[in-house]
Design a binder for this molecule. Sequence first.
Ligand SMILES: Cc1cc2nc3c(=O)[nH]c(=O)nc-3n(C[C@H](O)[C@H](O)[C@H](O)COP(=O)(O)OP(=O)(O)OC[C@H]3O[C@@H](n4cnc5c(N)ncnc54)[C@H](O)[C@@H]3O)c2cc1C
Length: 403
Amino acid sequence: MKTIVIGGGPAGMMAAISAASKGDETLLLEKNEKLGKKLFITGKGRCNVTNACDVTDFFDSVCSNPKFLYSAIYGFDNQSLMAFFEEAEVPLKTERGNRVFPVSDHSSDIIKALEKKLKSLSVSIYLNTTVTGIEIRDGEAAGVRCDGRLIRADRVIVATGGLSYPSTGSTGDGYKWAKATGHEIKKTYPSLVPFNLSDEFVKELQGLTLKNVSLTLQKGKKILYREQGELLFTHFGISGPLVLSASSYAKGEAGNFELYLDLKPALSEDVLDKRLQREFDNAPSKSLYNVMKELLPKSMISVILDLAQTDRDKKAGQVSRAERERLLHSLKHMPLHYEGVRGYNEAIITGGGVSVKDIDPSTMESNRIKGLYFCGEVLDVDALTGGYNLQIAFSTGHLAGGV
Ligand SMILES: Cc1cc2nc3c(=O)[nH]c(=O)nc-3n(C[C@H](O)[C@H](O)[C@H](O)COP(=O)(O)OP(=O)(O)OC[C@H]3O[C@@H](n4cnc5c(N)ncnc54)[C@H](O)[C@@H]3O)c2cc1C
């Protein structure tokens, strides 16, 4: 059996390892001059290779089509992936939130281990090789076209990734081939990506990091996302862990979301109201602006006082009950005006992709074209940050390879 794998990212490398391990003559085709260009920049160069959570909890962090992934994840789970790297002499460590990294903090060690395994299994690796199309004969995959020539194969595995960070080689080629061969493509969108905001105050807050705040993303009455954590104001809007996670639920939509911050999530409205009252009583002749220094970072004070329509120079002792209530509301419910997500250049992953309805979850083979397989980010699957997306790439690649 001859297998061609298109794409030398984590999904493709693992698919090639898996195919060669079961005895296939395996070719790995990669358009870049090296393997794993995106893998190299993951986890800020440290590569958060998986998440060491209980595997049954894994699916809670998968945002699209978790059930489709059952066979792939249970067949090659996070423990199996960690064992794979430990056996390949890449010691791993587990950090906050069960995030797993190489002890060396070098993603290059992960790439080297995969390359070494590919070589030991005699996988033929063609670099600088851009596949331009998939050859279909009698409704079955028969090979690929590249550099104007045809390379024949019995099986073709598409592991070309999504559209995010296109400079790493992920330019959406797999979607085009999937569409041309009759597969449904679920609308793609940048995900794990910052938000644009239309609020003028964003410029004043640029560079401010808020820890332990709560972000809510809501559509109508439905709360799509609410978590506590860290957020960062930028020149265009907001970024940071909370925002990236929230973007998985915005699904690239342009608007119609209500977005707000609770700047004091640890305090109930009642408790915060008493705290405000106490601060004002303790320093009645201080200006409101100066009293608020006890509660907020400096650059945030004017923004909140403006939102609450209060006078920054007013003496704390003269603040009316109505003003205090408005202040309380602004602190617990600071509105942010969502203007859509940033682009693919800044997106950690691509949402949408090849519809899982067209793929057999127990093999990753297409239900439409025999001998054609899809794995990794090209599929309509995505998860939160924390190592889940790489695990999905490795697990679906492992399954597509066929071991
Ligand atoms: C900045 C950043 C940080 C990230 N950090 C993490 C992290 O720490 N943990 C985590 O779990 N996830 C992380 N991710 C997400 C993770 O990198 C992806 O989910 C994962 O790389 C997807 O793997 P893949 O193999 O499906 O696709 P890719 O890694 O995109 O690989 C696809 C490969 O196919 C090749 N290719 C494409 N078209 C062709 C063609 N026509 N011919 C030949 N080759 C082709 C490309 O050049 C590329 O090498 C991060 C992503 C980014 C952008």
